[in-house]
Design a protein. Structure first.
Length: 518
């Protein structure tokens, strides 16, 4: 028996369909399906090839049957296949339900996400596969929902996804079924990263001409490709996060997430849950289903711990364990979750001194200080200042649709200025000058800085207590002695200190580049 599909074209009159059906009934031919529109009858049936022509002639013998022609598919079959192709081409999982929450269709993405066979699910209730926590009762009552985070424990494993739902209504506005869409949390995070991703920042975007900065960039490029932990040190405003981004974008993790967190920006109580996530009910206000932490968000990518010196001592032990063992445990949870994360850390604090006074764990310090990189202050590379001034001036002039230039006096002033805020401060000064300047030339009066460049021994507001004053002054004196004498031993004699003491202070203040070993 062959499956046959015909399009029977007829005159438009009452009873035409009945006449055609009576012919099939008279010949004892079972009709599998039939679809009718004005002047057209689409019909599907099974018949021996030998009887096909006879049936066709009998139909054509009817007065109002105009033509009988074979077709590949009936219209509803074409629509069904088009719909199935559309569902399979979607990047999200899609499930169609009737008004009893029974699955009518499911695409392969949804089946893969739920770890089930698509053909085994049709005709079964959705709660068997997605758990009872999904609000399908409300959905079939007519209520939509969007991006509900679902975390369901099943015999097939833990299912973690975002779910949205829309009711389907008939012409009388009654709920006839529903459609649910699923997206894996990994795909959702990738979508967020794609939308919010900032411009890729590489080492070629770092502006410098000085040999000192060139040496630092060279070291950073060498270690960027591997997965070792890097500690980036430097004063505030030197560009530690930019270096971290350049390292990430040069590594083999460039297409994976770069997740930065400022350890000083969050209260201690929130920092742990941000880093490690939490389970449902872990504390008052915890969202239903729990929340993943930044370690999990950075899986296979890079986690940048800025201002790590501000990390609470109680949290340092948990961070150390996660870095060493490659696992995290959410707040309020017992499960260990494996994560593959590269750690980049940064600080402007003296961690060695913090270790000595028990403010920072020594084992954590040695764990993150695998590759130390120190970014020099702007005061140590004054030859880079004119280059930076030109870059920021061009940038802000383009934004403000202005044409400006620095006067020679302004450039000389800014080159000699002791930038306490480093590149960040320089950037802000240029932006301010662009807004304030009337005319085409930025002079010293447009900078809103003191009339004389600050003395290198003056203190910034952040260095106002006695201990910081002593450390700052000591560093400046040591730096000047090293520049003058050219070696640690001669600088020690100049300062009236022992050679050993000077070497310790050189390492303490990161001034190794200014001295010779003798």
């Amino acid at each position: 028996m062959a499956v046959i599909r015909w399009l029977i074209k007829t005159s438009d009159r009452i009873g035409m369909v009945q006449d055609v059906v009576e012919i099939f009934s008279h010949e004892s031919i079972s009709i599998s399906s039939m679809e009718v529109s004005t002047g057209k009858i689409y019909i599907k049936f099974s018949l021996n090839d030998a009887h096909e022509e006879l049936l066709k002639q009998e139909l054509l013998s009817q007065t109002d049957v105009l033509e009988v022609m074979p077709i590949a598919l009936q219209p509803q079959e074409e629509r069904e296949r088009e719909l199935q192709a559309l569902l399979e081409s979607a990047s999200e999982g899609i499930i169609g339900l009737d008004n009893q929450a029974t699955i009518r269709y499911i695409n392969s993405v949804a089946a893969k996400l739920l770890r089930i066979e698509a053909k085994e699910t049709v005709g079964k209730e959705i709660s068997e596969f997605m758990g009872s926590s999904v609000p399908f009762n409300g959905l079939l009552a007519g209520d939509s929902f969007d991006n509900k985070e679902m975390l369901v424990e099943t015999p097939r494993g833990t299912l973690h996804y975002l779910c949205s739902g829309r009711p389907i209504r008939d012409e009388n506005n009654r709920v006839a079924g529903a459609v649910a869409t699923l997206k894996s949390m990994q795909a959702a995070r990738q979508l967020v990263r794609t939308i919010t991703k900032t411009h890729s920042f590489g080492f070629n975007d770092i502006i410098y001409t000085s040999q000192l900065m060139g040496e630092v960039v060279s070291i950073a490029k060498k270690v960027a490709k591997n997965n070792c932990t890097i500690l980036i040190r430097g004063e505030s405003g030197t560009g530690k996060e930019l270096f971290a981004r350049a390292i990430h974008d040069t590594s083999n993790r460039i297409n994976k997430p770069f997740i930065p967190i400022n350890c000083a920006a969050l209260p201690d109580a929130l920092l742990e849950s941000e880093l490690f996530g939490y389970e449902e009910g872990a504390f008052s206000g915890a969202i239903k289903g729990g929340k993943i932490g930044l370690f999990e968000s950075a899986h296979q990518g890079t986690l940048f711990l800025d201002e790590i010196g501000e990390l609470p001592l109680a949290l340092q032990g948990k961070l150390l364990r996660s870095i060493q063992e490659g696992v995290v445990r959410r707040v309020g949870g017992n499960r260990q979750i494996a994560v593959d994360v590269r750690i980049l850390a940064a600080t402007n604090r003296n961690l060695e001194e913090m270790v000595a006074v028990k403010q920072f764990r020594e084992d954590l310090f040695h764990r993150i200080n695998v590759i130390p990189i120190r970014i020099p202050s702007l005061r140590e590379r004054p030859e880079d200042i004119p280059l930076l001034l030109r870059y920021f001036l061009n940038k802000y002039c383009a934004e403000q649709n202005k044409e400006l230039e620095f006067s020679t006096a302004a450039i000389n002033f800014l080159t000699k200025y002791a930038w306490a805020g480093n590149v960040r401060e320089l950037q802000n000064v240029v932006l301010r000058a662009v807004h304030l300047t009337v005319g085409n030339t930025i002079d010293t009066a447009n900078l809103l800085l003191s009339s004389e460049p600050p003395c290198t021994t003056s203190l910034t507001p952040a260095e106002k207590n006695l201990k910081q004053t002593i450390n700052y002054t000591e560093r400046i004196m040591l730096e000047e002695a090293l520049k003058k004498c050219g070696s640690a031993r001669r600088a020690a004699k100049e300062l009236g200190l022992s050679h050993t003491t000077v070497l310790k202070k050189i390492r303490l203040y990161g001034l190794e580049h200014l001295y010779q070993s003798n």
